[in-house]
Design a protein around this ligand. Sequence first.
Ligand code: AMP
Ligand code: GLY
Length: 418
Amino acid sequence: MRILVVGSGGREHALCRALARDPRVDALVCAPGNAGTADIAEPRSLDVGDPDAVAVLAEQVGADLTVIGPEVPLVAGAADEVRRRGLAVFGPSAAAARLEGSKAFAKQVMRAAGVPTAAARDHTEVEPALADLDAFGPPYVVKYDGLAAGKGVTVTEDREAAVAAVRASLRGPDDRVVLEEYLDGPEVSLFAIVTESGAIMPLLPAQDHKRVGDGDTGPNTGGMGAYTPLPWASHGLSAEIVQKVIRPTVDEMARRGTPFSGLLYAGLALTGRGLRVVEFNVRFGDPETQAILALLSTPLTDVLTGRTTPRFRSGAAITVVVAAAGYPQSPRLGDPIRGLAAADALTGVDVLHAGTRRDEHGQVVSAGGRVLSVTAIGSNLESARGSAYEAVSRISLAGAHYRTDIGDPSRMRHTAGA
Ligand code: AMP
Ligand code: GLY
């Protein structure tokens, strides 16, 4: 098979690694890719936000399957354009991608489908939104309705900050803000492959660490690390999430005439009153994917096309994000990264690239806020952690920072109110 992977982050490098070891894959293109994907997949330039450009490239490549990594092309209709040209694609239509593209839409679907989620109301005007803010009370949860690259959510005890977030969300005439009830409890990410015939196949549950600093401090980021599976979770957790969340959502989307296919990512809070959906995404999560795919033992194309139920090797996987100086506010770019080969040489370690490129001398330099996803597997979480942090210590990047508590059992959040 010839495969086109669209995107340029750690998630796409992980997808490319898994595809490169799939015996069915004989040609791999990653557009635009990064310095890591370029070692295993042919790089092509691409404006990922342009659905036509994605479809034209799929045609040029002669892709038997196009795998769309990020949400922006999906929400813009890239999967529809590829399908319209008669080519196979992994990813939902624009109509189904609204589950991520509009938080208010996702709430409507969940309400109709009886899926447990935080109580919420949405507004287009500041005054009624502020009145509602006080009706919900602190901690305040304020969300910009549309895509915001992980920056659209404010969770705060501070009313002034919540008011500022409401105002910031309602700048333009088409803007909408969602206010919702605060959910207390550990967060879990469950990804499910949804086939075009509506079959659902969950992957391993994972936990993402969204705050920039150790002990869940500082601002939210795109994700600073993840681990899988969850040693503290009940055995039936995935089945419960499929039954209460994924199945009813997939059925409701089909009932509306906008069936979902691709990957449905449920971000959940396990509250004292049961599980609640925090958000839906319509694509593989980053960095959870890096850890999950490290344990996948089934060929990835078989999983994406629904031919096989995904299976995983035993043990654990962890990914630690190495971020650029200044991330998440204003990452500094263009710094040389050294020690990559020494880190990658460790047993069980895979140094996945995210924001990297090669400069004119062939040196790998930083080119994004999240620079690397250092991923390791082990027979258990402790050994995977040891390997990942040993690898991180071999890498040098001026001003880089990373969390030291990814997958640390004493710091894992697994009980409500902890
Ligand atoms: P989202 O982009 O919707 O996943 O929100 C980003 C992060 O904000 C989540 O991972 C949670 O940590 C936090 N968050 C979102 N909604 C809520 C909520 N209703 N209650 C508590 N925390 C939330
Ligand atoms: N891990 C969070 C995300 O992919 O949105």
